[in-house]
Write a protein that binds this ligand. Structure first.
Ligand code: PFF
Length: 452
């Protein structure tokens, strides 16, 4: 029975929602600091290759499964491969977005704090040298970041309660273009800062000696994180996509806008890291240390301008983070509602609370719980590493194996080409990438990473 499932209204809405899931803190916060840790330009090249050669085929695979089944991740496998253990693989992919949302919301909370600080002009006369200290004090506080994490999580729950077309769609359409413009303005400005050129060199001159197996795994993990792959977020959104939409266009539109966003964010952050005398290896604090510096510089002479830009920036960054976060929550909500008979409202509240709780532990791992380590990492970093470097690629592997080896080629073709009317010539190459290249690529990175 074709259930009364909500649908996205237009092609722009599909791309905006998928790109809304993809573009988020992963591009603006995570990408610059991960590439800083792994050595700049060479890492970027591997990242671009990972996005196009492995990421895009997985995006297609998720889109095909989602739209074909019109179901959540678990239900999709149940429907398309009835009576087989595949559905348990589907279930596995539901766990990761819940874990990701927990720590993602903590970083979302940091942005909430920065928005408040911008609104109250607090950064305006903070000397550059004090910004890192301020950030360190804030994230290690036992209650402040938990408060902002709570605010962020509450916003996520509120949007998901609004439903697919009313909440998510409207929100994505508005926020994404605004953020794009702002990050572009900031990137151009940061290139004009004295000392920024060293950062540009860092981003453009590859040093291949730093390209270790770990760096390649991190590039793959970043591509997965940034494209929201392997966790059923794209799959679930694709289940709301109309039959007439072109999955190739929504896939390429999503992957390319995500890539461009990440690259512009790198040009906004890294040159100003050098201009501010910070180090690209500073880790997750990088974005939060450089932004106030950029805004301060912008404001020399005209302080109000910089405050206004900084407020706008944090509002849109929060919007981007929200559009990603709601897609994470939506995976679990769709599962509980479709498979377990939960009311959407109850499912949203229950999962929202669960993520909040785990997020509290993540937040405390920068302060009172910083001594508690799992496999040598604090709780926050353990979860991040587990999800992006292991669970997400694992999920990607499951989806491509499912499309490439379990579903019939005729069905895959029918879904990707809209019944033989679109992208017919492209299909052979896409199928090859989904069936062979993506799974083999992921397994190679896994194995090398395990052996190193
Ligand atoms: N792609 C998002 C970002 O780059 O911020 C993060 C993300 C969204 C991860 C949705 C996982 C997910 F299911």
């Amino acid at each position: 029975m074709e259930q009364k499932r909500e649908k996205f209204g237009s092609r722009f809405a599909v791309i905006a929602a998928m790109a809304g899931s993809a573009v988020g803190l992963g591009n603006i916060w995570r990408f610059p600091y991960i590439l800083g840790e792994y050595g700049g330009a060479a890492f970027i090249l591997v990242y671009i290759a990972a996005t196009l050669v492995l990421g895009l085929p997985i995006l297609y695979a998720e889109s095909i499964i989602g739209r074909r089944s019109r179901s959540d991740t678990f239900g999709a496998m149940k429907k398309l491969a009835p009576g087989t253990p595949w559905r348990w693989a589907g279930l596995l992919t539901i766990i990761s977005p819940i874990l990701i949302l927990s720590y993602y919301s903590v970083v979302g909370g940091w942005s909430v704090e920065y928005l408040f600080k911008s609104l109250s002009f607090d950064f305006m006369d903070m000397p550059a040298s004090e910004i890192p200290d301020f950030f360190g004090r804030f994230i290690s506080s036992p209650y402040q970041p938990i408060l902002t994490h709570t605010v962020f999580m509450a916003a996520v729950v509120a949007v998901v309660l609004g439903g697919v077309s009313k909440g998510i769609e409207k929100f994505s359409k508005l926020a994404m273009p605004a953020l794009f413009l702002l990050i572009l303005v900031i990137a151009v400005y940061s290139l004009t800062l004295p000392g920024a050129f060293a950062g540009v060199e860092y981003l453009l001159k590859p040093d291949f000696s730093r390209l270790t197996a770990g760096a390649c795994a991190a590039a793959l993990g970043q591509a997965f994180f940034s494209l929201s792959l392997g966790v059923g977020a794209i799959l679930t959104y694709a289940s709301y996509v109309k039959k007439e939409e072109d999955l190739h266009i929504s896939g390429v539109g999503t992957a390319v806008s995500d890539l461009i966003f990440a690259l512009i964010a790198a040009f906004a952050v890294i040159p100003s890291v050098f201009a501010a005398g910070l180090k690209p290896t500073d880790g997750p604090s990088l974005l939060f240390e450089t932004l106030p510096y950029i805004f301060n510089k912008m404001g020399e002479g005209v302080p109000l301008v910089s405050s206004v830009i900084s407020v706008f920036f944090f509002v849109t960054i929060l919007a981007a983070a929200l559009t990603s976060a709601i897609s994470m929550l939506e995976v679990g909500v769709a599962f509980l509602a479709d498979e377990k008979g939960f009311k959407r409202r109850n499912a949203t509240l229950l999962l929202g609370f669960l993520c909040w709780l785990v997020g509290v532990l993540c937040s405390l791992s920068f302060g009172p719980l910083s001594g508690v380590k799992i496999l040598g990492a604090t709780f926050f970093f353990f979860l991040d590493h587990l999800c992006s470097d292991w669970l997400m690629p694992m999920g990607g592997l499951i989806f491509t194996l499912f499309v490439g080896w379990k579903m019939s080629k005729a069905d895959v073709r029918d879904e990707f080409t809209n019944g033989g009317t679109k992208n017919v010539r492209l299909f052979g190459a896409v199928y090859f990438l989904m069936r062979y290249v993506a799974p083999v690529g992921i397994i190679v990175v896994f194995v090398t990473n395990l052996l190193m």
